[in-house]
Design a protein around this ligand. Structure first.
Ligand code: UDP
Length: 244
């Protein structure tokens, strides 16, 4: 195990991985990578590596869960046993169950659920490698996978966290910053509709710091949104290249 660093921000104002306080980690996304799913996406957000697969709208099982006026969105967040340094049990943990709920509720407002009554949409999120901020990266990837499945949506949902480390409000905390830092504020946002779909806080912040962290996270979401749209366009651009 690596030793706990004394300071998370050095004299030059840079973080452990060399980022400035308001900087995102490097992010890459790709859609349509699982041929058996109706829609899929893969995201590398810093050292996080996450896959999302969407199935549906399809007949819902067990049938008694079906609703007469809308589809039921079910998201399952799961961390692979090899995704963290200490082996994670493959059985769903309390945290996996909480994050499944949080991800579902962050995505629901973006989907026209009423278009598909009596059906279900399943979203499977597999965290292959985790380094802090997996709930946000999972929301970003799951929203992309829903779009890739052609499900009618009001907007894409982009997510990232801000927080506080060494008394400074920073964007996009990695694992060490999340664990040693003072606070973490994950945010999910639909930029085109200007609507927040997730706002959580772990730690203690003053009212001013919350406002600063929220604004920083929203800016981060805006940048992630641009990358999401580019990833969707890239799929169709590559199809065009092959057929030309
Ligand atoms: N983590 C871990 N083992 C676990 C759960 C989490 O090592 O069983 C690490 C992982 O790197 C994760 C980080 O702790 O990304 C922060 O977890 P948190 O619950 O804050 O959720 P996240 O920040 O990933 O959304």
């Amino acid at each position: 195990m690596s030793q706990k660093p004394e300071k998370l921000i050095d004299k030059k104002g840079l973080r452990l991985d060399g980022r400035k306080p308001g900087e995102l980690r490097s992010i890459q996304m790709e859609v349509g990578i699982l041929s058996n799913a109706d829609g899929s996406a893969y995201i590398q957000h810093g050292k996080n590596k996450i896959l999302a697969g969407v199935y549906g709208p399809r007949e819902l099982h067990p049938k008694h869960l079906a609703l007469p006026d809308r589809t039921v969105l079910r998201c399952r967040y799961h961390m692979a046993p090899f995704s963290v340094q200490e082996r994670k049990s493959p059985a769903p943990s309390r945290r996996d169950i909480e994050l499944s709920k949080v991800i579902t509720e962050s995505l629901e407002p973006s989907i026209f659920l009423e278009y598909y009554p009596r059906t279900g949409i399943d979203v499977f999120v597999e965290v292959l490698q985790a380094d802090g901020g997996t709930r946000c990266a999972s929301i970003t990837a799951a929203s992309l996978a829903l779009a890739d499945a052609g499900i009618p949506m009001r907007d894409l949902v982009a997510a990232c966290a801000a927080g506080k480390i060494d008394d400074t409000v920073v964007l996009d905390l990695m694992d060490t910053e999340d664990k040693i830092g003072e606070a973490d504020v994950p945010v999910a946002f639909m930029p085109n509709l200007n609507a927040i779909t997730l706002l959580q806080m772990d730690g203690i912040l003053t009212l001013e710091e919350i406002e600063k962290a929220l604004n920083l996270a929203l800016k981060g979401c805006g940048k992630i949104y641009t990358l999401q749209k580019e990833a969707l366009k890239a799929k169709y651009a590559s199809v065009k290249e092959i057929t030309e």
